[in-house]
Design a protein around this ligand. Structure first.
Ligand SMILES: NC(=O)c1ccc[n+]([C@@H]2O[C@H](COP(=O)([O-])OP(=O)(O)OC[C@H]3O[C@@H](n4cnc5c(N)ncnc54)[C@H](OP(=O)(O)O)[C@@H]3O)[C@@H](O)[C@H]2O)c1
Length: 332
C-alpha cells in the first residue's frame, strides 16, 4: 500500500495534567494482517477519561500504555483487508485500534456494526462502551425502582447523559449534576432530566436538597470528591451508589471523603465497577440501548475534532471539563 500509517504514541508519562509533549506523532508503514487478522482503516476515534489512567506508570485494572506504544482507544472503522472468513473489505467494525489511521486486529477483537439504523458514532457513545457503562452501573449495583430518586454526576457527559435517561425510562426522578448553566439547561430541556444542579455556582447542599425533596435513593457517581460528599448528606436509608468514575482526582489530586458517617447510619451500599468485567452482558445492554436510541428515548450530543493530530489537545480538554457530550476524533 502506498499510503502511510499515521499514529500517536505515548512519548512520556504525565505528572499532574496531561501535556501535549506527552504524545508523539509518527509516520509508519501500514501493517499487514497475519492469518486470522483484519486490517482496519479507522474512521472515528473515541476519547475517554480512562485514557489518563493508562498513561500512568502504576498498576490499575487494565494494562498501562508503554512508552513508545500507540495510545489505546475505542475505534470505528472499515475493513481494508481480511485474512479471516468472518470479515470482508467494506465491513464497518467497532474495535480497539487506538490512536492511529490503520490498525490490525484479530477477528475476535472486532464487532461488525450491529444495526445500520443508528448513526455509526452511536456505537462509540450511547449504544457503545459509555452507554453500556451506564446500563451496567444499574444492573450490577444501583438497581432502578420506579418512583425513586436517582442522581447522576457529570450528567451532560457520555456516560452520565445515558445514566439519567435510563433512570427516566425506568420511571425514576432523575437529577443531574453538571458544571455550568448551559450544561444544566441541556440536561433538563434536551435530555429530559427532572432537575440539574450546577456544582460550579456555589455550595451544592441547598440546591441538591431542593432538587431531591424525597432524598436520594441511587447515586451514579462519575466524579467522587466534594460532589460525592454532598450527595452523602442527602441519601436515604438503603441508598445504592454505583461508583463509576473518579474524574475529580484523575490528575493526581487526593480524593477526600468526609461524610463517611452517612454510609453507616443509612446502610448505604457503595460499590465500584468496571464495565469490561461483564462482557457477557454487553450484547443485551447494547441491544437495549440501540432500541432506545432508534426510538428517540435516548438522545446524545457529540463534540468532534477533525484529524488524528487533534487527539492530544482534545483529550486534554476532556480531562479539564471543557467537554460537552461524547468526545470523538474524525480520522481523515
Ligand atoms: N467504571 C467503568 O467501567 C467506566 C467506563 C467508562 C467511563 N467511566 C468513567 O465515567 C466517567 C464519565 O466518563 P465520560 O466518558 O462520560 O466522560 P464525560 O462525562 O463525557 O467527560 C468528562 C466530564 O467530567 C466532568 N469533570 C471533569 N473534571 C471534573 C471535576 N473535577 N469535578 C466534577 N466534574 C468534572 C466535566 O463535566 P462538567 O463540566 O459537568 O464538570 C467533563 O465534561 C469518568 O470518570 C470515566 O472514567 C468508567
Amino acid at each position: 500500500m502506498s499510503e502511510k500509517n499515521l499514529r500517536i504514541v505515548l512519548a512520556s508519562r504525565p505528572t499532574g495534567w496531561v501535556e501535549p509533549s506527552n504524545f508523539r506523532l509518527e509516520e509508519a508503514e501500514v501493517p499487514r494482517p497475519g492469518e486470522g487478522e483484519v486490517l482496519v482503516r479507522v474512521k472515528w476515534l473515541s476519547l475517554d477519561p480512562y485514557m489518563r489512567g493508562r498513561m500512568n506508570e502504576g498498576r490499575s485494572y487494565a494494562a498501562r500504555v508503554e512508552l513508545g506504544e500507540v495510545m489505546v482507544g475505542g475505534t470505528l472503522g472499515e475493513v481494508i483487508a481480511s485474512r479471516h472468513p468472518g470479515f470482508a473489505p467494506g465491513d464497518r467494525v467497532v474495535g480497539q485500534q487506538g490512536w492511529q489511521r490503520f490498525g490490525i486486529a484479530p477477528a475476535k477483537a472486532l464487532m461488525k456494526v450491529p444495526d445500520p439504523r443508528l448513526p455509526e458514532t452511536a456505537w462509540l457513545g450511547a449504544a457503545g462502551m459509555p452507554g453500556v457503562t451506564a446500563w451496567m452501573g444499574y444492573r450490577e449495583i444501583g438497581g432502578l425502582v420506579a418512583g425513586q430518586t436517582v442522581v447522576v454526576s457529570s450528567a451532560s457527559g457520555a456516560v452520565g447523559s445515558v445514566a439519567g435517561q435510563l433512570a427516566k425510562i425506568a420511571g425514576c426522578r432523575a437529577v443531574g449534576i453538571a458544571g455550568g448553566a448551559t450544561k444544566c439547561d441541556y440536561v433538563v430541556k434536551e435530555l429530559g432530566f427532572d432537575a440539574c444542579v450546577d456544582y460550579k455556582s456555589g455550595p451544592m447542599h441547598e440546591s441538591l436538597k431542593a432538587a431531591c425533596p424525597a432524598g436520594i435513593d441511587v447515586y451514579f457517581d462519575n466524579v467522587a470528591g466534594e460532589i460525592l460528599d454532598a450527595v452523602l448528606r442527602r441519601v436515604n436509608p438503603n441508598a445504592r451508589i454505583a461508583l463509576c468514575g473518579l474524574i475529580s482526582g484523575y490528575n493526581g489530586d487526593d480524593i477526600p471523603l468526609r461524610n463517611v458517617f452517612s454510609l453507616l447510619v443509612n446502610r448505604v451500599r457503595l460499590q465500584g465497577f468496571i464495565v469490561s468485567d461483564r462482557m457477557d452482558l454487553w450484547p443485551e445492554a447494547m441491544g437495549g440501548l440501540a432500541a432506545h436510541v432508534v426510538a428517540g428515548r435516548i438522545r446524545y450530543r457529540e463534540t468532534v475534532t477533525e484529524g488524528l493530530e487533534t487527539a492530544p489537545a482534545s483529550l486534554i480538554a476532556l480531562l479539564k471539563g471543557d467537554n460537552f457530550g461524547k468526545r470523538l476524533v474524525r480520522i481523515l
